[in-house]
Design a protein around this ligand. Structure first.
Ligand code: ATP
Length: 133
């Protein structure tokens, strides 16, 4: 069965490199499932989990925005930040979530603070989901 070579890269370095059967990413337009021989494309990513399917196992990577570049046999995810479940500090994400929720409750009058807090909340929730918490 054909596979796709996937790399997840951040400004801090490579987070994942491997061959998988299918990869799905969250673009700003919705979930995109990529199988081998997919048409080439570049799409912006939102905060979400990258799912890497290999046989009957699915690995997840928490991604906080960036871009996906698809070529027929290769997918490159250029992420602002990305973590494997084992690389997620759950206490840190819980604290970030709590902080963001407090800011959301007190920042309704300030549109910019509200949006920033909302994004921080999404990043923290995504990390907790990927870490299975
Ligand atoms: P925090 O408020 O805890 O810093 P954040 O969402 O603002 O969270 P980011 O700006 O997305 O953090 O990420 C900054 C760096 O810290 C990135 O390298 C990211 O991988 C890392 N990082 C952030 N939160 C966690 C976490 N809970 N576990 C592991 N690494 C994290």
């Amino acid at each position: 069965m054909p596979t796709i070579q996937v790399s997840v890269v951040t400004p801090d370095g490579k987070v994942y490199d491997g061959d998988v059967d299918m990869v799905s990413v969250r673009t700003i337009e919705g979930e995109l499932g990529i199988l081998p021989k997919h048409i080439p494309l570049v799409a912006p990513l939102t905060v979400g989990a990258v799912r890497l399917k290999k046989g009957s196992t699915v690995e997840k990577v928490a991604v906080s925005g960036g871009f996906v570049e698809v070529r027929p046999d290769q997918v490159t995810i250029l992420a602002e930040a990305a973590e494997l479940p084992t690389g997620i500090d759950v206490d840190r994400a819980r604290e970030a979530k709590e902080r963001a929720q407090k800011r959301i409750d007190s920042a309704r009058a300030d549109e910019i603070d509200f949006k920033r807090a909302e994004l921080a909340l999404k990043r923290a929730t995504n990390r907790l989901n990927v870490a299975g918490k």
